[in-house]
Write a protein that binds this ligand. Sequence first.
Ligand code: MN
Length: 751
Amino acid sequence: MPETKLEIRSKVDQFPLDDQQTSSLKMLLRVCRNTLDKVDEEMIERAFRLCCMSHQSDLRASGEPYYLHPLEVAVIMAEEFNIDDVSVAAALLHDTVEDTTVTLEEIRKLFGADVMHIIDGLTKISGVFENKNTRQAETFMKLLLSMAEDIRVVLIKFADRLHNMRTIGPLSRQRQLNKAMETIELYAPLAHRFGLFKIKNELEDLCFKVIDPNSYKFIVRKLREKREAREAFIDEFMNPIQSELQGQKFSFEIKGRPKHIYSIYKKMQSQQKPFEEIYDLFAIRIILEYPHTKEDCWRVYSVITDWYTPIPKRFRDFISVPKANGYQSLHTTVITKKGRKVEVQIRTRRMDYIAEQGVAAHWKYKEGEVNDGKNGSEQLDKMLHWVRDVLDAPRPEAATEFVKDFQLNLYQDEIYVFTPNGELKTLPNGASCIDFAFEIHSEIGERAIAAKVNGKMVPLRQKLKSGDQVEIITSGKVNLNPDWMEDVVTHKAKARIRQFIKQKERKVANQGREIWEKRATRGKVEISDQEITQIAKIFKFNDAQELFYEIGSGAFDVNQLYKRVKQFKSKGRLDQDETEQEKVSLTEKSEEMTRLARSAGEGKALLVEGELTDVKYSYANCCNPIPGDHVLGFLSRNGDVKIHRSNCKNAHHLIRTDNERIVEISWAKNIGTQFLGGIRVVGEDRVGLVNDLTEVLSKSLQTNMKSINVSSEDGMFEGLITAYVNDLSHLEKIIKRLERVEGIRNVSRYE
Ligand code: MN
């Protein structure tokens, strides 16, 4: 395919059409002119040419040229839905990206972003539709809503299926049955939910024809035989009522269409009755216009029953007692003088409107719990209303607005995303790839190292949006990072990360306990856990565990504990006063430190590295601070200062539990020494990658590496590098430079 927009365009425009194609194009343009408000004929023609060009070597199962299928789908779009020319163009191209060499990018260049998004949506939806797990109507509904960022995607999908069902003949019996079952189970109910009753009825009849051809043919023949008689009968039935109601100054509309074939069949089945008893049971609907009220419905009822004899047991008053879904109407079945039964439904325009919304109401009733709150359902009502509006009375502004309105903010609280094999996952709004990983399996979450969203590598913390297809790349080992807590919203992910942090704390606490036990053995003291807990409380820890954690993390000096235990053992009790004294002396010390700090630096903070000779300090292993990081010092009881990064979890713990021992710290300007910095590199594995990484560090950045650990799996590469760095800006420079290495997707600091 050529590169530029103009080149592609001229290649498509010059594609020669044969006579049949030329007349097809003329026919399509004529249909569009008749049904659409405004037609970009150049765009339709170009779409048609690309359709013919890309499918030129394809044939349908019938042996016909393939282009006839997209052509017919486009005609259905124009005739049945008549939304706009964009949807007609997209219908012409609906199979190109999936089945031919045409790319989305080419579609965008030729037809713009709208057509491209529709084709993209259709391509995404294709696998998902056939997924058996999505057969639950509710999931299915949500799926479509999330996929269809644009209603046109769904409508083209229906048109496509309708045409495939209309032309199902040449397929094998087995394939016909599969398609028909799928259509009747998935598409027809969905069409119903969207209020697309015409399409739904045709789809049902087409399926019925495949599934039970004999019954279908039987009903068709019977209907044909009875047709004239039926029409005459309806007229005859309605005439007296119509004039009586007009005489009484009712303003109303009468609807009396025969049922479609499949619904006659269903009635025959469910009522176990022969065709003759079913076929003439037409529901005639009398809709009273505003401002008629429910009392007027009763008046109409009495007019009808003056003429015809009602069957008492077939009377239903859904006005006084609406159906659970809010449906209101009077139903009565009457017998004519000649003994025929007719069902009559009487309702006001408002009730009819609610009845039309019954799909949504039904959905609300059954699945109301799922979306908790009315918002989604109200929006759904609105959507169904919109769909019907557009289909019944296509007005240009309405149609355009409709398309815009359907930008699927229907469920603002939830998003719907997909696994690589098209399985639907529902997540709360704001969920990230990490949430998604935990949603699939806690092990996937723990081992996640990177994610692909719609085929592109992204950081794990990236937020997802409806319609995203997400793949999680995992490592062989647990990679869970406590910092993820900031990037997750689901309960599942939060619980697991919290559990992980707890486990880690427990490990540190166990180390602390070992340190203490060694010290105790060396100092020959023995003490029970209960006594330790008491002493921990004196030091203002909640329990022994917390005390041991502080020792394990290096924040609390074990000798301090030892001293106190010795004292406790010799006196046989704990000396509260002495503890108080110690606290005072600690405060003094802290003040002294601050004084020292003031004299040492120009500012109020303690300056470290080189200029701070009077104070012993060291760097915490948990966060390995380097110059440039925001840091704080923690004054231990023997006067040392432990320096943590201020975003370190341990530092946060210290701030919470022992705020008064925190010392402000800042870095001196010129520091001669080097620090260890950790860098995590994730990318696609390839030959020579490690070499390239080390090259970049040593040659272009003159940085010495201490270690590099590499693991790779499934073509993904993860490297953990420790390097000697001068300060934060040096580390950041390394990260930036490594990001540019070919195949590298993510570079971050790690501790
Ligand atoms: Mn198709």
